[in-house]
Structures are given as C-alpha cells and as structure tokens.
Design a binder for this molecule. Structure first.
Ligand code: 13P
Ligand code: SF4
Length: 353
C-alpha cells in the first residue's frame, strides 16, 4: 500500500499528465490528505454548480455517491463522473428509496389530491431515482444552503410539501419560515399510512420523512448547555441536519460553506462551538487560530462521516493514474431516462436558488 506522502506525489503527477482534462471536486468533509488535491471545494450546492459548469472531460468527485450522480446528471453526456471509492455512500440518503416513497405517495393519494396539492422536495442527499420521482411529479431538489428558497418555490405552487429524506433539515427550515411545528408531521416509513391519522395528513403543511444523518444526530442540546456553563461567551453554529433542539439553541444555522464563511468573517478573539463534521471543524480551528478564534467541535465523541472518510488518497491516486493511462475506472452513470427526469428537478433547484 502506498503511503500518503508517496500518494500525494503520484496524484500531483497524474493530474499534471491529465493537463486540465480532469477536475477534482472536494466536499468540505473530506479528510486533509484528500482535500488538499481538490481543484474546487465546497458544499453540495456549490459543487453541483461546478459540475454543471465544468468543461473537463473527467469530473472526479471526492465526496459521496449521490454527489457523483448529480455531477453525471448535470454535466454534458460526453463528460465522465468518477467516484474514487464506490462504497462511499450516505446513510441518510439510504433511508429513503423509490419503493417506499412511491408507497407514501400512493397512500397520501387516497386521502388528498397529491398531484395538485403536494410538492415533493428531495434533499440532494438522495439517490437519482428519487430526484427523478420529484422531476416526474412537479417537484424539486434542495440543499442545506437553499432549502428556504426551495420551500418558498414549492409553496408558491402547491399548499403542502412532502420532504425527504432528512426530517431535520425540513423541520428546521420550515419552522424558521413561520410554519408551526403542529403543521409538520413525520412520516414513519415503517408504519402503514406513515403512522399518521387522515386528519393529521389533511392538516399538515409539511410531511417530513423520518430520515436523519447519524453524524449530526449525535449533537445534543445538553452539549451546548454544558459548554456554555464553562464558556458563556460561546457563539454556537450548527448545520441544519442537526436536530430541532440543537438548532433552537444555536446562534447561527447554515450549510458547510455558510459555517466556514460566518466563522471566518467573525470578529477576532471569539469562541465558537460548531455542530458539523469533524474534518471541517478541525481545519476551521487551525485556520482561524491566528485570528485568536477558538473553534470547538460540539460532540464529545469523534463524530466523523465514515462514508466521506472512505475516500482516501490511495483511491484518488488509483483513479487518476488510470485516467492518465487512458482507463476509466469507477464511473458513476445514471440511466438516461432517470437522469432526464432527475435533471428537471435539479434544474428547478438551480433556477430557484
Ligand atoms: P452541505 O455541504 O451542502 O452543507 O451538506 C452537508 C452534507 O451532509 C453533505 O452530505
Ligand atoms: Fe450523509 Fe451525514 Fe455523511 Fe452527510 S454527513 S454524507 S448526510 S451520512
């Protein structure tokens, strides 16, 4: 196995040999040894836009599977999206699937006029066939940085939203737009009719899929209370995948890109408690130390995203060296019909945000 230093040299050499034919995109949760090789890094929205605008022949996505799918859908047909490790999935994305969502839609259709009264909204953290489902039913995709704009778009068209797979992003965003909690219900996909009564479904403005991110679910309001008891001056900033109670106790809520921007642009000598993935927080802490900022990770345990972590420099080196030698490995390719429908929902998002 190559060590990381040797990998770094070989990755640089392969990129030089590819001479602009390849772009490496890196999500903020990637580990340092991979992140340093990204040509562009960002949150899901920024990276989707980059994928759509890139002229490169190969788009190597250091992120998770749904991100490479989005790159494939938004790029031109001759461009090739590559995921260095095919096992890099997203456990939250896996909590919703086409069969369960279709089942939910059919059950709702027995009670309300779904096609005219419900906009399906999928978080970008979902498989391509769910984006296609949204495209087919007049719906849209959202990310953590544009969720409010997307919900506005949705409510302008239909009175209700079915939001999947992340209940927390849906609830946290809806609540901040003025939707009372009692008008948001959670669809338990393991129960008939989502575990809800007909009246609850009729009264709901938002029907939230019972999915969550295990990394962000680890953050708890008590961690904020305990930390603030020691350092009352702390400013708390959380990703909207964190639960409602954590977001309620946070001074700021934002996507990964937004968290970085807010802390970077804040007054020097401030103390921050951050509820998002460890790799991002560690880099931010290092980077802002010189400004006298103290950036702390919220969870007491090491909450890192194990699937983001799957992408290591060895896999990145392997895909790039293969590309440089004329071999495409680990291509992510969404079937054409599904991609066309998913693109409708993604284009709706890009236009609305
Ligand atoms: P953003 O980078 O869009 O905030 O998303 C976080 C995330 O969990 C990606 O999987
Ligand atoms: Fe999925 Fe959570 Fe990892 Fe993001 S942090 S990729 S939502 S498991």
């Amino acid at each position: 196995l190559l060590d990381d230093a040797e990998c770094a040299e070989r990755i640089a050499a392969a990129k030089a040999q590819l001479n602009g034919r390849c772009i490496v995109l890196g999500h903020h949760y990637q580990r340092d040894e991979v992140f340093q090789h990204a040509d562009i890094y960002g949150d899901s929205l920024k990276l989707s836009r980059e994928a759509a605008q890139s002229a490169a022949e190969f788009i190597v996505f250091c992120g998770v599977h749904f991100m490479a799918e989005v790159a494939d859908i938004l790029s031109r047909p001759e461009q090739i999206a590559i995921l260095p490790d095919m096992a890099a999935g997203c456990s939250m994305a896996d909590m919703a699937n086409k069969i369960k969502v279709q089942q939910c839609w059919d059950e709702l259709a027995k009670i309300i006029d779904v096609e005219n009264s419900v906009t399906p909204v999928t978080y970008i953290n979902s498989a391509a066939d769910l984006k296609a489902f949204c495209g087919q039913h007049g719906g849209i995709v959202c990310t953590s940085s544009n969720a409010q704009k997307i919900l506005n778009w949705s409510f302008e068209r239909r009175e209700k939203v079915l939001f999947f797979p992340d209940q927390h992003l849906g609830r946290n965003t809806g609540y901040r737009m003025g939707i009372p909690l009692e008008h948001m219900v959670t669809w338990d996909f393991n129960k008939p009719q989502g575990g809800l009564t007909e009246q609850q479904i009729r009264d709901a403005k938002m029907i939230l899929w019972k999915g969550y991110c295990s990394v962000h679910q680890a953050f708890q309001p008590e961690q904020i209370d305990n930390f603030k008891a020691k350092y009352p001056e702390t400013i708390v900033i959380s990703h909207p995948e964190a639960c409602f109670e954590v977001c309620e106790k946070s001074d700021y809520i934002g996507s990964t890109e937004m968290i970085l921007k807010i802390v970077r642009e804040a007054e020097p000598n401030t103390r921050w408690l951050v509820a998002t993935e460890l790799n991002l927080v560690s880099r931010l802490a290092q980077e802002t130390k010189a400004q006298g900022k103290q950036v702390h990770f919220m969870a007491p345990t090491l909450s890192m995203c194990s699937t983001m972590f799957r992408t290591d420099p060895q896999h990145l080196c392997w895909v790039l060296e293969n590309l440089a030698a004329g071999h495409v490995v680990n291509r992510v390719s969404v079937p054409a019909e599904e991609a066309a429908l998913a693109k409708l929902a993604l284009d709706n998002m890009l236009l609305a945000s």
